[in-house]
Design a protein around this ligand. Structure first.
Ligand code: FAD
Length: 518
């Protein structure tokens, strides 16, 4: 066994950098307590700003904050956080009458009834005219009523009906920074301008613009889309996903709430003419923007289209809004771990933010690194396994996002026609799409799934109403299912959802109380 690594250097002070520092410090402390003598240094450029977006999360976030010993109240107050019960997809598909379809991808999954997935029962018997999601989750009903997911007097981090958070990206990184620095992380504000390497090509030191060189043992590249170390200094190639995904730019803007007393506990994704617009309602404002394809819209056209959409949905609140353009590098670094450098966050890869998974992928990358943590010999099998898991994860997210476009049925703009007909479909997804014309997704179709279970795929396929609008005849599970157990289930679940909506507090009131202000 080689010598233990006692010093980790992180380059980059965005969400990826500070989350990595937080998780690493938390893990080391859990292992060795206060006797731990390992050090973390984070170097952050004072000249390059963070990407400044990334405000919707997945349900792993509450667990992460709790494990890291962060008070939920402090988090809500500091980050102007709100609850998120799912993503509401609007206008991505049209129904049989040509009307826009809206469906929710929530954090709840339907049960097995008689050992058979709810989706099969729904396809055979329907649910009295309501959508599939309305018989598996209260999320949309709570969202429509602007209610929160748990009681006013619930304990901190109580899971309620299942939720994630919305948070202010800048404030969140600032909160993580303050916590990490208070816990002993050394914070250096300077630019990394060069590296020194040994004869094997391993990074031995980082050369800074203003301050003394920083010797390193293991270095984590969290420098965002630039990939300063992994792609720049070490020359690891970037695997571009543009043949599968057209969107390569975003226009982002923050706007006030139209009605500050009514905070919708949902992320919205509304399809526009050449991409889609996100809407993330925080406690004090709304983060919104347009993820679009530069082949179909210029920046000016995209901004105008976004503002027109906001005016149509948000009234006068948008009159002073000036969107900021963010070029997006979509794809992944071929191997995110090279020699003694691991790329985490946008430097490792990015697939468009449709399912808000990027922050969660930062956590997963770090957890995976901790499982295969090296010593100073940097054994190749550790690196190989880490790279295999990380690249599978990016490809899994790519396939899931591509699914949304491949099964789109809009033909009202060239973008939506191209999204369905001109873009390549990854082989792994193409084979499943053929299969799912004959059978609903099963766990056997997604054997390396780390993030999206086959039931999440059910929610998308049924949410988009693909079996009603020409994709294929509804697949059966091989038998005619009894109607009565399903009818009873639907009756009970609908009653349960009504009761939940009545019982839950107003979202704004819940947030105010969580902040200790009401
Ligand atoms: P950045 O925030 O870009 O930080 C890079 C850091 O590196 C900065 O501190 C910079 O100063 C530093 N740096 C750069 N060069 C140097 C240098 N030479 N020396 C020293 N320091 C350097 N994720 C989600 O989970 N949910 C979402 O809803 C979501 N929405 C998104 C919407 C859009 C339009 C985009 C583009 C992304 C979205 N993401 C989302 C992704 C999310 O924003 C990022 O994963 C997250 O912010 C992490 O970014 P980062 O820390 O890797 O990079």
């Amino acid at each position: 066994m080689g010598e233990a690594i006692t010093h980790v250097t992180i380059v980059g002070g965005g969400t990826a950098g500070w989350l990595t520092a937080l998780l690493l410090g938390t893990y080391w402390k859990a292992q060795a307590g206060d006797r731990d003598n390992r050090r973390i240094t984070l170097i952050e450029s004072p000249n390059v700003s963070t990407v400044g977006v990334g405000e919707a999360t997945v349900p792993a976030m509450p667990r992460l904050l709790q494990q890291a010993g962060i008070s939920e109240r402090a988090f809500f107050k500091h980050c102007n956080a709100s609850f998120k019960l799912g993503v509401l997809f609007d206008n991505w598909n049209r129904d049989r009458k040509g009307e826009r379809v809206a469906y929710i991808n929530s954090f709840n999954e339907g049960p097995l009834i008689g050992g058979v997935d709810s989706a099969h029962h729904f396809l055979q018997h329907g649910a009295g005219g309501v959508d599939f999601s309305d018989v598996i989750t209260p999320a949309l009903a709570l969202g429509r009523a602007a209610k929160g997911p748990r009681a006013l007097n619930a304990k901190p981090y109580d899971q309620g009906v299942g939720f994630a958070y919305h948070l202010d990206a800048g404030l969140f990184a600032g909160m993580l920074r303050d916590i990490c620095v208070a816990r002993g992380v050394e914070h250096v504000r300077d630019d990394v301008v060069d590296i020194e390497k040994d004869e094997r090509g391993y990074i031995t030191a980082l050369v800074l613009k203003e301050q003394a060189r920083q010797p390193v043992e293991l270095v984590i590249d969290c420098t965002g889309f630039r990939g300063v170390l992994i792609n720049g200094a070490l020359g690891e190639p970037f695997v571009d996903y543009s043949k599968y995904l057209a969107n390569d730019r975003a226009a982002a803007v923050q706007i006030p709430h139209l009605d500050p007393e009514r905070i919708e506990p949902l992320t919205r994704s509304t399809a526009l003419g050449a991409g889609w617009s996100w809407r993330v309602p925080l406690y004090n404002r709304v983060g919104t923007g347009y993820v679009f394809s530069s082949a179909h819209r210029s920046d000016d056209e995209a901004c105008e289209e976004l503002l027109a959409h906001l005016r149509a949905t948000g009234g006068d609140a948008t009159k002073d809004a000036v969107p900021r353009i963010i070029p997006m590098r979509v794809g992944r670094t071929r191997n995110p771990w090279v020699k003694n450098c691991v790329a985490i966050g946008l430097s490792g890869g990015f697939v468009e933010p449709l399912e808000s998974t990027a922050i969660y992928m930062i956590e997963m990358s770090l957890r995976s690194l901790l499982s295969y943590f090296p010593d100073r010999d940097f054994a190749a099998p550790l690196r190989d396994r880490y790279n295999k898991i990380a690249t599978q994860l990016y490809d899994e997210v790519r396939d899931f996002i591509c699914l949304h476009y491949a099964l789109g049925n809009r033909s009202d703009s060239q973008y939506w026609i191209d999204a369905r007909e001109a873009l390549a479909v990854p082989d792994s997804l193409a084979a499943n799409l053929e299969l799912w014309k004959h059978a609903l997704p099963t766990r056997y179709d997604l054997t390396s799934a780390q993030l999206f279970s086959y039931r999440v795929y059910h929610a998308v396929l049924l949410g988009k109403k693909v079996y009603e609008t020409g994709y294929a005849a509804p697949p059966t599970c091989g038998v005619a299912l009894k109607r009565e157990p399903w009818r009873q289930y639907v009756k009970q679940v609908r009653k349960g959802i009504d009761q939940t909506v009545k019982a839950m507090p107003d979202h704004k009131k819940l947030l105010t109380s969580l902040r200790g202000e009401g």
